[in-house]
Design a protein around this ligand. Structure first.
Ligand code: ADP
Ligand code: MG
Length: 343
């Protein structure tokens, strides 16, 4: 029998990375979430070769101080929660302290940051090794730049599962899209192989928000959507619901956010389906960009590491609220609940 041994740090991180880092898109998701958690108002995402060769994300958030730089790359190191109770009302997108450790174990990572009150920026680099990170001075405005090169260079088994550059980029773009839809107040730039893909300025007015949704989801969607904005008993639902006539053959224009986090949830999906039931041909899929806001303690986001699932304290109330709000919104535009012509 083999003796039991503790995994060394690097191996433990690489195993954990399997949960967090599946492909370039997952790296972008983690890094962008960190930027948003740091209060960034502008983020720039530059990628090469679908993100496999390079992902560079720069933000103007609060940055990381020199003394915390190396720590930020360690596993279970987070500034976002410190005790179990904090999980109850966690408002940040991250909190597990796993992303940077995981990413740095499977790619060449450079973290450069500067925070208020420091004279200069500082930088740490890792190359997938379990090394003592060396911190060097590097010029940088207040904020952070994360550079992730050669994803999975040291884990060929993972690398094999990467698809074509085009496919990887489309996953990555989808991540940026979701986050750009979740934070209208933040400016987003996305470049691929030096080409500008999205350039979104912060949006505050309804017209600016319409414009952002139009440029991310197609202008047709905005032309064919009704605006929802309803608040009742601690629940608020707002956003855009596509007219039944603007249905799709696949469920590819459906975005649902709970307290700013994009989710896929059976209860939500069911409520939406019910609301559209009488006005949509079977086999067609509704289109929507919707935002549900409720007290953070009424929803558990700690269900799954990638945090796409949530658990509502009072699922029935949420379901009823969604159904009735959407049903009414759709009823107002299709009063006789007539079946629309197929598109
Ligand atoms: P988590 O986000 O779960 O806390 P991460 O591994 O993603 O864990 O990040 C570790 C820590 O590094 C964060 O808690 C935060 O303090 C810091 N950090 C990471 N990225 C940024 C950033 N872009 N701006 C400021 N701080 C950051
Ligand atoms: Mg994080």
């Amino acid at each position: 029998m083999k003796p039991i041994r503790l995994l060394d740090n690097r191996l433990a991180n690489q195993i954990a990375a399997g949960e967090v880092v599946e492909r370039p898109a997952s790296v972008v998701k983690e890094l962008l979430e960190n930027s948003l958690d740091a209060g960034a108002k502008r983020v720039t995402v530059e990628v090469e070769s679908g993100g496999v060769k390079l992902i560079r994300i720069r933000d103007d958030g609060h940055g990381i101080g020199k003394n915390d730089l190396a720590l930020a790359l360690s596993r279970h190191a987070t500034s976002k929660i410190s005790e179990l109770e904090d999980l109850e009302g966690v408002a940040t997108l991250g909190f597990r302290g796993e992303a940077l450790a995981s990413i740095s174990s499977v790619a060449r990572l450079t973290l450069t940051s500067n925070s208020e009150g420091q004279e200069s920026g500082w930088q740490v680099r890792t190359e997938g090794r379990d090394m003592d990170a060396i911190v060097n001075p590097a010029p940088h405005p207040v904020g952070t730049t994360l550079e992730v090169k050669d994803l999975f260079f040291n884990t060929p088994a993972r690398r094999k599962f990467l698809r074509t550059e085009k496919t990887e980029f489309s996953h990555l773009e989808e991540v940026v899209k979701r986050l750009a839809l979740s934070r209208f107040d933040v400016g987003f730039t996305l470049r691929h192989n030096q080409r500008s893909i999205h350039q979104l300025r912060p949006a505050t007015t309804q017209a600016e928000k319409d414009r952002r949704v139009a440029s991310l989801c197609s202008p047709k969607f905005i032309e064919n959507a009704v605006i929802v904005d309803v608040e009742a008993s601690g629940l608020k639902l707002w956003g855009w619901v596509g007219l039944p006539t603007f249905s799709r053959s696949s469920a590819d224009l459906q975005y649902f956010f709970v307290n700013g986090r994009v989710i896929r949830d059976k209860l939500v999906a069911h409520a939406v389906r019910q609301a559209y039931r009488d006005v949509l041909y079977s086999g067609r899929h509704p289109t929507f960009v919707l935002y549900l806001e409720l007290d953070p303690s009424m929803v558990d986001v700690n269900v799954h590491p990638t945090k796409h699932e949530v658990r509502f304290r009072d699922g029935r109330t949420v379901h009823n609220f969604l159904f009735s709000t959407l049903h009414r919104a759709l009823g107002e535009v299709t009063p006789d609940a007539q079946l629309p012509p197929s598109t």
